[in-house]
Design a protein around this ligand. Sequence first.
Ligand SMILES: *Cc1c(COP(=O)(O)O)cnc(C)c1O
Length: 224
Amino acid sequence: MELTNNLAEVNQRINIAAKKASRSVDEITLITVTKTFPTSDIENLYQLGLRDFGENRDQEASKKVTNLPKDIRWHFQGQIQSNKLKSITSWASCIHSVDQLRYAQLISQLIGDAKMPIFIQVSLDKTSKNRAGVEPDELIKMATQVSELPGISMQGLMAVAPLDMAAELAFANLAKIREVFLTSFPTAKSLSIGMSGDYETAIEYGATHIRIGSSILGNRASIA
Ligand SMILES: *Cc1c(COP(=O)(O)O)cnc(C)c1O
């Protein structure tokens, strides 16, 4: 079966990349990004042992979630809209794409007595202003405010390598930003970087959460 083979290949490449970086695979969580793919694919991957899945849109994910096993950990990694957060916090185990303080404040209010694990998304884009992510020079200020919210558990940083930049360069930039970040927030050690095209490089630069779609599921009909 195609999914089985794809997953085996991805796992093998993760193992090799981890070994090369002298890291343990146990510190790397594979999140399979299932946006645009049907629940039948998720069921098959669940049968293969996967429990962490990533989605970008509330409308799509909230429907899928109701028909799938309850022990799946759902990761939200798409662009946040305030009016969707009530729903997102009802199904997501973790939110990777927090890039504004007001979203973190809203999540903290919505989550009640619990704590939502979140990542702060950092922009690595030097040229375009409308990409997601907080600007690196605003990161510490925002993280300080986010870390004080009662309903938030700040896990670390998340980023997407810009299309017009080599992943090596993007992740090396992020590693410098993260080094400074960790002096203020030493427990927020997680790092959510790496997609189908660059996850081996991401592992080299310390990724703890890699988000892989097409290498496991095949090409998407439309980009979510
Ligand atoms: C779609 C998406 C991914 C997975 O992308 P692939 O290239 O298919 O592996 C990872 N992260 C984010 C934020 C995405 O939107």
